[in-house]
Design a protein around this ligand. Structure first.
Ligand code: GLY
Ligand code: MN
Ligand code: MN
Length: 440
């Protein structure tokens, strides 16, 4: 259990509450921990704390609720599982009510069982409630019930929350702009992920199963202190590389096939998200290499577009234009490039977008559009650049030698005041570097 860095969470809470207060009115904010999901009788799915809750608390236990009060010097109240020596024999130690007060910088703490009783007191004379409706019906009921009970005391001259506002409108904008601590975790996640990909390149060979490569990745993640992968690892060989979210990872790989690995670890609750594609045995076929070079050209050009003031739409358009032009050159599309871009003729080959925000969640929070317009990039944002070309094995519109080729290349890019910073630069991706890195 880490007791060393409650300071960053206190600082974030204060910054959040200041932004809430700037919107006016006495407000209270309720953030619940992630629920536990049961897998089957008495067995839970691995627990992972809710990112919003963790961002403001650093508290990893389930059955907890954070309540923040704007008017009361940013008072933080936590509801947590109380100490329970009997239960702790099974599940391990808990912080308990006293522990959370001592180690997490909150002013007040209660056992979670007292939530229903305490919430109406915390809602008293608060006109606005920041709470995300719709994530948990059970918690929604608890909140609505507390509002109802606060309102029932109106004859005593008590105000109650008459507005419910999504805290994401503030919190997710904060999470979108990474601070130094966030970036330190993302850099470490990127480093571990780099080591895992390099190791996979060095060890993947014909005759191995995709899951053996997955196991290598997971071993490196865990051995380097990552808590978990940031998402289910994709290890797709041959035509499996053409399935965007292929997850079975159960095929035996053969020499000369492409292997697409989309895997990234989570470190201190921050994600990395990297894809590399390389030939098993180290040698590209002519067609594989042509597709690879095209995706790489698009990816590198798009990375250069990740600059303050530009937009993800511009970044995506860069990829689309390069890929379309390249597909025409290779004879996989016919027509005028401009027209083909306009008609989205590239979509059977490149059907997804180029980027998503990256942070505590792999597809991180934060709006992509503001007032209907693609938002301008700002220093501190982190996003992926991940173009790909996928030619299904059943695609009869192309000559047979092109079928079953799938290539994606993905890096994690930090927007700065100047040139973009590629957090995952260290992972080989040029043909020359792959030649060195991949087992031949
Ligand atoms: N690994 C998920 C994605 O690239 O979006
Ligand atoms: Mn991605
Ligand atoms: Mn990915």
């Amino acid at each position: 259990m880490c007791t060393c860095h409650s300071e960053i969470y206190v600082t974030r809470r204060r910054a959040f509450i200041e932004k809430v207060a700037m919107r006016g009115g006495d407000a209270v904010c309720v953030l619940p921990a992630a629920p536990v999901f049961m897998r089957n009788n008495g067995v839970e799915h691995d627990y992972r704390q809710d990112s919003d809750f963790f961002y403001l608390t650093g508290f990893a236990e389930p059955s907890a609720v954070l309540v923040l009060d704007t008017s009361n010097d940013c008072k933080a109240t936590m509801f947590v599982r109380p100490s329970d020596p009997e239960r702790e024999i099974w599940d391990g130690p808990r912080w308990g009510v006293d522990g959370v007060k001592t180690h997490f910088g909150v002013h007040e703490a209660f056992p979670i069982d007292e939530l229903a009783e305490e919430l109406p007191k915390l809602f008293q004379n608060k006109k606005r409630l920041y709470y995300r409706l719709g994530k948990s019906r059970a918690m929604d009921d608890e909140i609505l019930d507390a509002i109802d009970r606060t309102r029932a005391r109106v004859r005593l001259g008590i105000d109650w929350p008459v507005e419910i506002i999504d805290p994401g409108t503030i919190l997710h904008e904060m999470r979108l702009l990474k601070g130094n601590e966030d970036l330190a975790a993302m850099r470490r996640a990127a480093e571990i992920t780099a080591e895992a990909h390099v190791r996979a390149m060095a060890l993947a060979r014909a005759g191995m199963y995709e899951y053996e490569v997955e196991a290598l990745l997971l071993e490196t993640f865990r051995a380097r202190g990552s808590e978990r992968p940031a998402y289910g690892s994709i290890v797709g060989s041959g035509a499996n590389a053409t399935f965007l979210h292929y997850r079975q990872n159960n095929r035996k790989m053969e020499r000369g096939e492409l292997l697409l690995i989309d895997a990234g670890c989570e470190y201190d609750y921050f994600a990395s998200d990297v894809t590399r594609t390389f030939p098993i045995g180290g040698r590209f076929s002519r067609e594989q290499q042509a597709i690879y070079e095209l995706v790489l050209e698009a990816q590198e050009a798009a990375i250069q577009k990740v600059r303050k003031g530009s937009t993800l739409e511009q970044v995506h358009t860069t990829c689309v234009e390069i890929i379309t032009r390249g597909l025409v050159k290779l004879g996989l599309l016919q027509g005028e490039v401009e027209e083909l871009v306009k008609n989205e003729a590239y979509k059977p080959f490149y059907m997804h977008k180029t980027s998503h925000w990256l942070g505590m969640d792999v597809h991180d929070v934060g709006n992509y559009y503001v007032d209907g317009k693609a938002r301008a990039l700002e220093p501190g944002m982190v996003l992926t650049i991940e173009p790909g070309i996928y030619i299904g094995s059943g695609n009869e519109k192309v000559a047979s030698e092109w079928r079953g080729i799938g290539v994606r290349i993905e890096d994690d890019i930090l927007v700065t005041e100047g040139d973009p910073t590629n957090l995952t630069q260290a992972i080989p991706k040029t043909i020359a570097d792959l030649r060195q890195a991949v087992l031949t």
